[in-house]
Ligand binder design. Structure first.
Ligand code: ZN
Length: 242
């Protein structure tokens, strides 16, 4: 029986949904993120804001929410040349991957998360990776996660569970999951959690916090915004027809 979890929490929509799920499922939940000199610091600011809002608006979750770990991973910016860490435009590079791909990023994140989980005695590592709205990132694949779970459990001689609740759902279903988690928290809180997601989570690759849409802030044009917006529109359309 798993009762404790460490959530990879970036302050984006997916990882915030994971955090809400972990808080509804486990007794003790901690969060972790990495400062790898992202071009846009708004995500790191967003996560502080999201944590504060969850504590304020969802007091039953607040008492389960423990330490937040922010690890310095500047070295990742040094070894990679991508549009997330350098001032280059978003594009698809010749191996078919977008240049937002930071090679090895999730592998490093999971390894460090496991080291923290080991020290903090947390059984589950939860991450919002997803194969459905797939950007083609090979380190988000289900097989990669299973391989990491095995490698980390063997290498640290401790049985970790890597929990990936968003792996097989699309963005519309992620919005729906947020709503359901809110309703499960307390009837009527679904919209409250949805509003928190829209207002405070950040997804846009360009770090745009100026343009406000029904689905939240962002440029509206980068691949992350397009996925988020389309998912939200499909979610709203589904709700409207029920
Ligand atoms: Zn954008």
């Amino acid at each position: 029986m798993h009762t404790t979890a460490l959530v990879l929490f970036s302050g984006g929509q997916d990882s915030t949904t994971c955090l809400a799920l972990a808080l509804s499922k486990y007794e003790r939940v901690e969060t972790i993120a990495f400062d790898y000199r992202q071009r846009h610091r708004v995500e790191l600011d967003a996560r502080v804001q999201v944590l504060a809002e969850i504590r304020r608006q969802f007091p039953h979750w607040a008492h389960k929410l423990g330490q937040d770990h922010l690890l310095d991973l500047a070295v990742l910016g040094e070894v990679s040349d991508t549009s997330l860490t350098r001032d280059t435009a978003f594009q698809i590079i010749n191996n078919g991957l977008p240049n937002t791909f930071v090679p090895g990023r999730n592998l490093l994140f999971l390894t460090l998360a496991a080291a923290v989980a080991y020290r903090r005695d947390l059984q589950v590592i939860m991450t919002g990776v997803c194969e459905t709205d797939f950007s083609g990132y090979p380190d988000c694949r289900d097989d990669t996660m299973k391989a990491m779970q095995l490698a980390l459990s063997l290498g640290m001689d401790k049985r970790f569970l890597i929990d990936t609740p968003l792996m097989w759902i699309d963005k519309a279903e992620t919005w729906a999951l947020s709503y359901d988690l809110g309703e499960r928290y307390a009837p009527g809180s679904g919209q409250q959690l949805l509003d928190l997601m829209v207002e405070h989570t950040h997804t846009c690759y360009l770090g745009d916090r100026e343009h406000r849409h029904a689905w939240g802030y962002g440029c509206g044009e980068c691949p992350a915004c397009v996925l988020r917006a389309r998912g939200y529109e499909r979610f709203v359309a589904t709700v409207a027809t029920v």
